[in-house]
Design a protein around this ligand. Structure first.
Ligand code: SF4
Length: 90
């Protein structure tokens, strides 16, 4: 389950709002809102200045908050297996 509410990333439903362009402009740049690599590991990493810090969507999908290490992409932190949630279907 995501630690972020959907309102962290959505500006509005295009079917409900006719000012989505303005809403997107008001949202601003992703990098201004979120600090990728805002964790002690990246902060102390010698590659931090050159590192893109992985994929924020993958970090969120793994149940972490944006800023956590993307363990699938990071060459420093040991990878952790990520399991998709099992959902029953009938
Ligand atoms: S290599 Fe890994 S620990 Fe280093 S800055 Fe990039 S994501 Fe962070």
């Amino acid at each position: 389950m995501s630690q972020h509410p959907d309102t962290d990333f959505l500006v509005g439903n295009v079917w409900e709002y006719d000012d989505v362009a303005e809403r997107l402009d008001a949202y601003g740049k992703f990098s201004d809102r979120w600090d990728l690599g805002a964790n002690p590991t990246c902060g102390g990493c010698s590659m931090s200045a050159a590192c893109g810090k992985g994929c924020p969507a993958a970090v969120v999908a793994a149940g972490e908050r944006i800023g956590a290490v993307d363990t699938e992409q990071c060459p420093v932190v040991p990878g952790q297996s990520r399991m998709l949630p099992v959902v029953g279907a009938s």
